[in-house]
Design a protein around this ligand. Sequence first.
Ligand code: CO
Length: 136
Amino acid sequence: MHVELDHIGIAVGDLATALGFLRDALGLAIEDTEEVPAQRVRAHFLPCGEGRTKLELLESTADDSAIGRFLGRRGPGLHHVCFRVADLAAALDELRARGVRLIDEHPRPGAEGALVAFVHPSATHGVLVELKQPRD
Ligand code: CO
């Protein structure tokens, strides 16, 4: 399997406060904001690499969404690391064959028209991993 770092997802409680550091202190800018109603989240993408690497700031739009519960439990901070793959279904088959525990058994729609699937943090040293097959 070949993967490339796509983005790092950070759960934010207060977007303005987060931007105080990321935009004002580090000079990063939000390139794109997308609401993902199925996950009750608003995702803000900030390019921060030579290639296509980004930060993804995740704002919950409902207290009982996955991000809302994460914020309630652990507060703002690192939520997941996302790797780009060419063929997500094949990547999931390969991980399954290795006995890696998955959250998503099948690809599902994510932000930016991509297909995504999450790997369980118990299989990834405690860091939630998202795999993403970009829209062609
Ligand atoms: Co993500």
